[in-house]
Write a protein of this length. Sequence first.
Length: 878
Amino acid sequence: MEIIISHQRTDFDGLAAMVAAQKIYPQAEMVFAGGLTNNVKEFMSLYKNRIPIKYPSEIDQSQVEKVIIVDTRVAFRLGSFSDLVEQDEVEVIVYDHHMNRQNCLQDATETIEPVGATTTILVEQLNEMKVEVTSFEATLFALGIYEDTGCLIFSSTTARDAKIVSYLLELGANLGIVEKYIDYSLNRQQQQLFNKLLDAGYKVTSKGFKISFFQAEVEEYIPDIALLAHKLDELHNLDALFVLVKSGNKVLIIGRSNHDSINVAQILNYFGGGGHARAAAATIERNKAQELIELQQELLQVVRENITPDALAKDIMSSPVKSVAPDTSMEEADELMLRYGHSGLVVEEDKELVGIISRRDIDKVRNHDLLHAPVKGYMSTDVVTIEAETSLKEVQDLIVQHDIGRLPVTDQQGKLVGIITRSDLLKLLYGTDDYIKNRQNLYGRSLVEVQEKRYNIDQKLGLVEERIMELLKSAAQLADLLDVDLYLVGGFVRDLLLEKRSLDLDLVVEGDGIKFARKLAQKLNGALNVHHDFGTATISLDNNLNLDIATTRVEYYSDIASLPEIELGSIQQDLFRRDFTINALAIQLNQESFGQLVDFFDGKVDLEEGIIRLLHNFSLHDDPTRIFRGLRFASRYQYRFEAETEKLIKQAVDLNVVDKLSNNRLISEVKKGLNDTHPLSFIKLLVKYDLLGYLSNNIEWNRAKEEVANNLAKIMEWSNSLSITFNFDKWLLYFALLVTGLEKKEIENLATDFNLSSDCLERLLFTLEVEQVVEQLLVAESNSVIYTLLSQLTIEDILLVLARESKLKEKVKLYLEKLQWIDIEVSGEDIIDLGYRPAPSFKKALKKIKKAKLDGQVEDYQEELQLLEEYIEKKGVE
Ligand code: CTP
């Protein structure tokens, strides 16, 4: 396979050069290496059907034999292809106009010419080869050249660029489009410097931190280099970066850091500069300034000396390490894990680490009656280890990179001295101080002060429906009889305080909840369903009410399994395990305290102030659906996240915690959010917290979609005013908006990934046609045409059409209220009565009558029959 790629953040020169190269190498596939500049993104969203470019995930890199690279030859700018192009067996061809030779690819066949844009080189070749160029292509090529030459005025512009532009204009290049897409946000000098810096980027990894250096020499001082540093920072996912610009007799160094371990002010202080820990600058006079490259080396040295890793493996590892011998049986290993609360054990032979056996390995053999087998047959032998001095950052990278649960730690002689598990690391990241000081803290760090408060809420209780109140009282009597404490918890309590109706009754029993549930089901004559594994039960009652009953239970987490006892009272513990303070309120039901609101975590205050606050900093790791639940509550009640909670959500997303969710759970949470009261707010939060990518890589949200979403809400409201009622899947409408812009294949993949029904898929695929249907409906004049167009659509499709174009409301109203119910009275029988034998053309004849009826040309049976006769007489029946 052959591919054509350009640099990450592909600009118009990159894009145009790719398209031109594809005309020279028609068998090669074009693939984007990484992101696109904003204006290219905008361009592609409109023209992607005309420029078939794939994304890296759609390419099997192992099949690639030849890579044609345009507009760069710096491997580091090729994103996910940077390793591929350095493989010996891959043939590399380069077209580029950057003359700087740093970081170049070895063994590539290069065409490097000193012109203003790479596109110029390729279009010249197309011209020589007499390859035909369409006016659309000419426009794109012109865009590439104009952008990189600053509309032919950058000093890098050559006569060759100008000649090619003139040639492209002759071919019909459209300057209106060029004008629309050229980005002026950096001035030309800055743009030029920015490109230079990008090409001279140099990346190192030190103590696990990714740091880049960008350097360039300019003839005269260019203002606002800090802005360029900022843009470079935005472009690359770095821990720190330094920009070195030499101009005249000075070198300006700008440093930016995104990590507490790298203090750029301290580093640049060495060069006489200063600033803040995260942003600093220094200016060096010429007599002190060496060649830029030497200065960069010196800077790198200073950076290396000044990185202070926040923790080392030895600070966070557990030791001594529990190990087993290779001949230990799987069963014994299983017991050891249970006893010590570990989810994996190290396997050692003669004090040498030979493997790791995890609970997951044991679970795999459990069903096959193989527990007697020795661990050596099932352990993983491919063990990644680290040294005690390894930085936390490297530990983190290794765990993520290899997706492994535990890393054995060795000393310099290779002797096993400890182990770090994924949960050690997560707990550390979620709350360093407490964790190091007190590793046996039950839930990591609490975000709330725990203090029991009780309130009388008689006034709110007055709002509870009579039948529910009776039910609660009946349950309370039973609880007293069985001598157990009983609480109403969760969403019902929250919604009651907000004076909103809820029918979700969640009860918690301090004691044997299942026994209580059995007796209550008998008493209420309800159907009981017990889930022994979870200690929960559900009672379904005739009046459509459901009761969920849970038992407060003590939870053991792997690392704290050896704790002798749990100090918290059991309802308090149950509530502390829940997601947000507003959901951790309880109402006691035992008669003595019936109706008292019990609040341990000031959830009542948060509810009154509109704050969503997690209870403890490990909560999202325990259950990532809570990220989506949080967004749902924030959007439903228009609440805000408490600062620490917001930070934890961002951290959890950064740590990819969402990946732990099955696709079914993920989509179910998204559906709930979109079905809730404020779907648009929910979507905006998904965007804000960078969660859309979990649905599909290329899903985008933009202003235009937001406008359609706003219209959609109005249209749904409007649909209530119609004289007919219908049901539709609200979430699906918003989901369709989300996927708008995706290609057919992408939508199909998404539907497969998330197990969506074929009906859902159809609705989502309709997004590819909706524009066209809108156009057709706008010009549709007769009732029959309106009917024909709309009768092919589902109600969801119709609402989407209206959200795009509300002018169509009247036509849709006419269809929904009237046209769709119109039926003709004549039938095939009438044609037979006219003396004809049944034939396929009957259908056509009847359709004709229906059309006439829709358009008001016939009204009753007689008129229909007359028209039918006339039609058949004219056309016959066959
Ligand atoms: N809960 C939790 N973590 C979850 C799910 C639920 O802590 N991932 C707890 C919360 O206390 C929640 C209760 O279980 O209030 C009941 O959950 P559920 O019925 O799913 O949600 P509600 O809070 O009732 O929300 P909704 O009004 O949307 O049904």
